[in-house]
Design a protein around this ligand. Sequence first.
Ligand SMILES: N[C@@H](CCC(=O)N[C@@H](CS)C(=O)NCC(=O)O)C(=O)O
Length: 219
Amino acid sequence: MKLLSSNFSPFSTRVRMLIAIKGLDIDIVNPEPPLRTEAFRKQFPLAKIPVLILDDGTHLAESWSIMEYLEAAFPTHPLTPDTPLGKAHASMMCRYADLHLGPALFPLFSLLLSKTEIEAESLSDKVSHLSHALAQGERMFVQMKQQSESDMRTLHIGDIALACSFYFALATPKQLGVNDILAPYSELQTWWQWVQSNEVIASGVKEMDCALMQFVNQQ
Ligand SMILES: N[C@@H](CCC(=O)N[C@@H](CS)C(=O)NCC(=O)O)C(=O)O
């Protein structure tokens, strides 16, 4: 089995983290054919990474679907909560990352990728959009804590999925000179520290950080 992946991709990194924590024997390779080519689009209909290619050639797209597939196919070291509420919280965290945090981050990330001069007003608008999404996340974490069946919980696939988008939500504004975007959000701060106490998460975050720094230094 192999995973088409890149360290610059939060969606690929979540799957790599899950593979590492579960200790699965899956090759991690660069996309081949290269991403954004006609050949890649032809072979992989959604034209995005990550893609998981099974030994019989079947391929799967969408990071969360790949994570769910690996959880179902390799039940040892389960990372999916076993209660209905726990499962819902895990998928809520992923959906928050993909449907709220990601879209709020994207305009800032595009600004970082663009080589044009950044206007203060446009930066401030985009930063407040991201802060709004972080405030939503803070409220979601407060509510999940109140609903939780136990004070202690172990790392699950929702944490893994969110951690990767979260890294970019902090690193992108920082690269644009905006520090401390997380300062008002104590629940998110506590979670971010806790999730990075896992060695695999910390090392995946480092990989994304190196890839981002390499990109920024090339500009
Ligand atoms: N919803 C997808 C998003 C995947 C995605 O956006 N991947 C990016 C890299 S982070 C990509 O392949 N971009 C290539 C492109 O847009 O051409 C998932 O969860 O896997």
